[in-house]
Design a protein around this ligand. Sequence first.
Ligand SMILES: CC(C)(COP(=O)(O)OP(=O)(O)OC[C@H]1O[C@@H](n2cnc3c(N)ncnc32)[C@H](O)[C@@H]1OP(=O)(O)O)[C@@H](O)C(=O)NCCC(=O)NCCS
Length: 141
Amino acid sequence: MQADDIPAVRAIDQMSFSLPWPERAYDYEIHKNQSSLLWVAEIDPPGEGSKVVGMVVIWQILDEAHIATLAVHPDFRRQGIGENLLLNALDGALDRGAKHAMLEVRANNWAARKLYKGFGFEIVGRRPRYYRDNIMRMLCL
Ligand SMILES: CC(C)(COP(=O)(O)OP(=O)(O)OC[C@H]1O[C@@H](n2cnc3c(N)ncnc32)[C@H](O)[C@@H]1OP(=O)(O)O)[C@@H](O)C(=O)NCCC(=O)NCCS
């Protein structure tokens, strides 16, 4: 992810989450947060130039990779993009010494939970009534 991806990334964020990140957040993650690893997924439709259709942000602290956000544009879901993003992001974190990965997901987010299960994430805790829904903490070793 680079600074000129931010408008497309923010649009995907807003289409994907009821509580999107604040306006300056991606700029901070790219330029200031040394722990942040950021990727976008791009497609190249003929004659249109490349288009950002997904993003993932990992905060890596020592040997833990925390998946801070992951989203795919609603028009491009179920095409393997989310899986590819996560695979690349975890690969990058492994290269930088990660030994396990952690994330939080709403209990009713079945699409994301199924994706994470496929990667071997397992539920290690629950935070009831966090925001509006229950939140599950998942770990992958
Ligand atoms: C979760 C999300 C990133 C998945 O992205 P995606 O590109 O559609 O996912 P993929 O096409 O790579 O799917 C990989 C696997 O995940 C599971 N999956 C993904 N979406 C699913 C859905 N709507 N229903 C059931 N399973 C789903 C399936 O097992 C799928 O494999 P399959 O298509 O072979 O059955 C996307 O739905 C999204 O952006 N959601 C809104 C934001 C969000 O909730 N992010 C996660 C926050 S914790």
